[in-house]
Ligand binder design. Structure first.
Ligand SMILES: Cc1cc2nc3c(=O)[nH]c(=O)nc-3n(C[C@H](O)[C@H](O)[C@H](O)COP(=O)(O)OP(=O)(O)OC[C@H]3O[C@@H](n4cnc5c(N)ncnc54)[C@H](O)[C@@H]3O)c2cc1C
Length: 589
């Protein structure tokens, strides 16, 4: 870039629905300057997405903002489906507490979700630029060795110098924004998607759905559909009385009496997903801009927020000079499989075939998220493929761990007795969740499952761990502007998960264990997997096993796993990181 050329904006975000707001928040947490525009003048007031799935709540926890949502939401306990006046399925949306801190999803209207995200963004000093509409965009080749960039035309309507909604008889202020990247979060009718000619194949269904939100939500199919009817007029003329009559015909035993409404709407169903989510490695589609489907199963916004999370750390790494764009950014296409699945599940629910079976699928869907293999989800080259539930790409599972503690106060190696057995204790040690270790927006977490190896080899394991992690820290220092709310700047956090030690531990092992138990969180601190469940969930034997290392990506999916905790396994982990990360060059903004 010549000295006279103004620096490019790192990221422009088009659309400040929940997905755009979350993307802006995550990138800002990572120290990336963003602009976020929306053609409306404020957040949409409608309830639309009524809830947050457990998986979305996990993500909000990892990114440090869950408390505001917990304050405002209500636990989601039940969803019922009726057909021809008969209850055909009822879904208790609660799952086993050991699977996730969030045993149930949460009811919280989309407007409130957006409001929380907007407030958090403002706290970090970023204002949404309301009233700005994206008109056109394209990727421009860099000339004379300059890098390519995205050129976007935007405008806002003014009357008497005041920003107003667009339309006829307005003056417009226009701007051309040049940015390194553009994230299109501009909804189902995405202007960006049209302008860059990304196809949006799928189908439009004939069904007309009425949806009422009050103290709870009722969605009902209105079979009284006139061919060729003016849908916008139908929407304008929709009354509570008409809605009541359709409800009576569909779910009469439930005896709903509709007297008022927070939101009454009518919509037709579309099931579509963009051919590509990544355009020339510069423009990315997220949320409804990338996929739309029926609200059944409540997946639209949830899937979109998960898109934003997947993309943010990758952009963060690239813009901070920690990863090559051509290596990391194309992997955002992995979200396509999740979009396909959201469409498939919502379609099955709408079709009401095998209702009970479908509902079971939905229950699984809440946490069962997984990606296909690619450069960030890498199988081990020589070790056999694990069972499906342990493969790379899956969501890193939660579990219950115990802190390691010494039953004596002495630090002497020979007399220190380490234990995690709380059975015979009056004051059992507090447990902790494995997921509580996953702090930070853009960190890799390395889980070292030692099986019962620590009993014999604690010293060797801790020496290996320290040597490799020290090397990595100097090779890939945390980008100085990657600020995710944590004081230290570690790119890697290492957690050791051990089976309970046996009385056969050697004095040397005991000393090493004691030292590891006193470490700071993420620096090789050791925890106890008392019933072996976490080892099992991650595919390693809890006893008489060789253990193994699992690398958890910043968005808490499994990136790599290797059996064994000896030198070669650490080298394999090093090779995984080396294929993704570059020796830090410089920030590119
Ligand atoms: C009736 C109904 C019920 C639903 N229920 C659920 C549910 O229970 N659970 C669930 O997860 N999802 C649900 N959804 C889906 C959910 O509302 C969407 O998936 C969600 O809003 C997608 O968020 P988004 O940020 O991608 O897009 P949007 O919320 O559509 O936001 C897009 C933003 O981009 C702006 N924009 C558009 N074009 C431009 C432009 N050219 N320039 C600048 N700005 C632009 C718009 O003004 C808007 O603010 C429901 C949807 C409907 C309609």
């Amino acid at each position: 870039m010549s000295p006279s050329t103004p620096a490019l904006l790192p990221v422009l975000i088009a659309g400040a629905g929940p997905v755009g707001l979350f993307e802006a928040l995550l990138l800002t947490q990572l120290g990336i300057p963003v602009r976020i525009i929306d053609r409306e003048l404020a957040i949409s007031p409608y309830s639309r997405a009524l809830g947050l799935h457990c998986r979305t709540m996990e993500i909000l926890q990892f990114t440090g903002i869950i408390d505001s949502f917990l304050d405002k939401g209500k636990p989601m306990t039940n969803v019922s489906y009726y057909r021809n006046s008969r209850l055909v399925g009822s879904l208790p949306v609660i799952q086993a507490p050991e699977q996730s801190r969030f045993s149930t999803g949460m009811f919280l209207e989309q407007a409130k979700t957006s409001e929380i995200l907007l407030t958090k963004l403002k706290e970090l000093g970023v204002e949404v630029e309301y009233g700005w509409e994206l008109l056109d965009t394209k990727v421009v080749d860099g000339r004379d060795g300059e890098e390519e960039y995205v050129e976007t035309a935007i405008r806002r309507a003014l009357v008497g110098g005041q920003v107003v909604k667009g339309g006829e008889d307005k003056d417009y202020e226009t701007q051309v924004v040049r940015s390194k990247y553009l994230v299109a979060c501009d909804g189902g009718r995405s202007t960006v998607r049209h302008k860059i000619n990304i196809a949006f194949p799928g189908r439009s269904l004939a069904q007309k759905i009425l949806m009422w939100d009050g103290h709870f939500r009722i969605g009902v199919e209105d079979s009284d559909l006139t061919p060729g009817e003016d849908f916008d007029k139908t929407l304008r003329d929709l009354t509570i009385e008409h809605f009541q009559s359709v409800v009576n015909a569909t779910a009469s035993p439930a005896k709903f009496k509709v007297t008022s409404t927070a939101w009454l709407t009518c919509f037709k169903l579309n099931e579509r997903r963009a051919d590509h989510f990544v355009h020339k490695n510069r423009i990315f589609l997220a949320g409804d801009a990338a996929h739309i489907h029926s609200p059944s199963g409540g997946q639209g916004m949830n899937t979109g927020l998960q898109d934003a999370h997947n993309l943010a750390w990758k952009l963060g790494y690239v813009l901070n000079g920690l990863a090559k764009p051509e290596v990391l950014l194309p992997t955002y296409e992995e979200r396509g499989a999740m979009a396909d699945r959201a469409i498939r599940v919502s379609s099955q629910i709408m079709a009401r075939n095998r209702a009970q079976g479908v509902l079971a699928d939905v229950k699984m869907y809440l946490l069962d998220v997984k990606y296909e293999k690619n450069i960030v989800n890498r199988s081990h080259e020589t070790q056999p493929e694990p069972a499906a539930e342990h493969k790379v790409g899956i969501r890193a599972k939660d579990g219950i761990l115990l802190p390691f503690y010494s039953t004596t106060t002495t630090t002497s190696s020979s007399s220190a007795t380490l234990s995690a057995n709380t059975k015979d204790k009056k004051d059992p040690q507090p447990t902790l969740r494995l997921h509580s270790l996953f702090t930070g927006v853009a960190r890799f977490h390395i889980l070292v499952f030692t099986s019962d190896q620590l009993t014999i080899d604690a010293k060797e394991i801790s020496t290996l761990l320290d040597r490799h992690v020290t090397q990595w820290r100097s090779k890939w220092p945390y980008g100085s502007t990657l600020q995710d709310g944590y004081a230290d700047k570690d790119l890697f956090k290492v957690h050791v998960i051990a089976s309970p030690p046996s009385s056969a531990s050697s004095a040397a092992s005991n000393t090493a264990l004691l030292e590891m138990s006193r470490r700071e969180v993420g620096k090789g601190k050791v925890y106890i997997d008392s019933d072996g469940r976490s080892h099992k969930e991650y595919g390693f034997a809890a006893t008489k096993g060789q253990g193994g290392i699992t690398v958890v990506r910043p968005d808490s999916h499994i990136g790599f796993r290797v059996h064994g905790v000896q030198e070669q396994s650490w080298k394999d982990v090093d090779a995984y990181f080396s294929s993704i990360l570059v020796i830090q060059t410089e920030q590119t903004f």
